[in-house]
Each structure stands twice: as C-alpha cells, then as structure tokens.
Write a protein that binds this ligand. Sequence first.
Ligand SMILES: Cc1ncc(C[n+]2csc(CCOP(=O)(O)OP(=O)(O)O)c2C)c(N)n1
Ligand SMILES: [Mg+2]
Length: 308
Amino acid sequence: MITQNLEQKAAELRLQILLTALKAGKGHVPPAFSWVEIGVALFYGGHLNIRPHEPQWEGRDRFILSKGHGCLTLYAIMADLGFFPKTELENFCSPGSLLAGHPDTNIPGVEGISGSLGHGLGVSAGLALGAKLYSSPWNVVTVLGDGECQEGSVWEAAMFASHHRLNNLMAILDRNGLGATNYTEQSTALEPLVDKWNAFGWEVMKIDGHSFHELHAAMTAFRQRTFLKPLMVVAQTVKGKGVSFMEGSVDWHHRMPKGKEVDEALQELKQAHSLPGFSANTGDGSWLMIFVMRHFTRYFKWSQGIRA
Ligand SMILES: Cc1ncc(C[n+]2csc(CCOP(=O)(O)OP(=O)(O)O)c2C)c(N)n1
Ligand SMILES: [Mg+2]
C-alpha cells in the first residue's frame, strides 16, 4: 500500500475504534489511537507475513500486543483483514462475546494473552528463541507501552533476548510519554531510553511513530535482518492521536467521551476520513449519540459492501 492509502486506512480504523467503544460504552480509546500508524504499517505495509484466513499457518510471523489494553486497534485491524467477521466488533465487551477488553488466544490470530503489563516481551522472546531452535524463518513482533517499561520483567526479557541474539525479534515501543494516570517521566522516569536499550544489548532506532515513511524504514531494516541483535524501535507517539482534546492528556486513558465530546471526536475523525452519509454537524450530543447507535450496523454493512 502506498503512504496515502495507509493514511486513509489509519483514519478509517480510528473511526471504527471509536464507534466500537461507543457501542460498548467502554474501552481504552486513547491507548488504541496511539499505535494506529504502527499497526497499519505492520499489517498493511507488507511487514508481517500472515494469512488472515489461515491464522494457524505454521510459517506465519507472530505478533504480540504486549500493551493489551490497546486492543481496540488490533481488533479493528483483524476484523478488517478477515481474521473474524466484522460484526464481532459490535459485541465488543458484551458478556460471552469473542472480543473482550484485553486480547485472548480464543480470538483467531491472537498469539498471546495480554493485559497484565510486562509479559509480552518475555513471551515474544520465547517465541523468537523457539523459531531459532527449529531453524524457522518467521519473525516475532511485539508492541510495548512506555509505562509498561516500568515493569521489571520487561528488562529481564530484554537481557534474555540480547543474550540469545534474537535478531528475529522486533519490539516497538509506543513512546507516548503517558501511563494510566501520569507522565512517565513524573512517575518513574524512563529516559535515557535509547541508551538503556543499547546497554541491554539491543539495536535501537528512534523514529516518529506516526510517520509511515519512518516506520517503513525501521520495519524494512528488521525484515532484512540487518542486525545481529534484537531490534527496539522507540516510536515517538501521541496518546489519543486523532482527537485533539484527547491528545497527550493525562485525563484520557480509559475515559469515554460523553455528550458534546462525542460530537467533537466524531467530527474530527470524520474530517480525517470523510465518510459518506455520516453527519456530525450538530451541537446536540444526545441526538448524535442516538444517530450513531442507530446507524452502527448500517456502517458495518456499508464498509463491508464497498469492499465486496
Ligand atoms: C501489571 C499491571 N499493572 C498495572 C496495570 C494497570 N494499567 C493498565 S494500562 C496502564 C498504563 C499503561 O501505560 P503504557 O504502557 O504507557 O500504555 P499507554 O496507555 O500509554 O498506551 C496501567 C498501569 C496492568 N494492566 N498491569
Ligand atoms: Mg504510554
């Protein structure tokens, strides 16, 4: 996909993420928005060797979302790619539904359970070592949160991966500067992050995590196995990216938009991705909320229909 199409896909997914969360009345929207471009570059940019209609294909690359609370992005991507029907998004977080608030391996294509922070890198390193032991060509990619790097288990996994020279492992750090309730540098400072990962024996690249150009360069270097070490990509991001009142705000981790906030958020996302038949041009939040709910199913049918 060319960059313009990737940008369009990112805009489409952000809208899908918000609609999914609004329907459920819950979900971590800003942590999901933070890594949309990372996810789009990986899954649509040709950097993951996967078969959505054959999720257990042995030769697939393995992807682990270590910051499991950002799963709305993963679900939107996987539904779009056909890992499971898009209609599953409508039941996000409902009792008994396929898609819970954190990833689970009963979801086709999800390789590891996550949500309890600090485990995804260890799981990924184990998978990468397994591939090496069996001389398998597949790669392992994981996305970590920066607040997550305040967990000691991350650094234990970091030592393990460099000790075993796991150059089939790429970790992408969603460096948005925020944890759940505070700036990372005010809770437990992480900087100098690049030096730390270097000191732990990793190849490190620092990029703009919303730039498809820079993401593509880092992911290409990884796939070409340019390094003899695991690769850490420190991706500078903005939590809540795409909705200005959420962007970089300590207040926006798990909160759901209400009333006029819904109008504003939809309007901004709609401007980024002009969706036919969708009008957010009203100051009446409750009216719009009803409109969104009523047309949610229609949106899914429409979005599937144009691709059919
Ligand atoms: C082991 C553990 N401790 C605490 C939490 C609660 N928690 C959920 S998200 C979060 C903040 C994560 O911040 P970060 O990794 O930077 O992700 P972001 O939301 O910024 O994408 C916390 C502390 C958790 N899920 N797991
Ligand atoms: Mg963060």
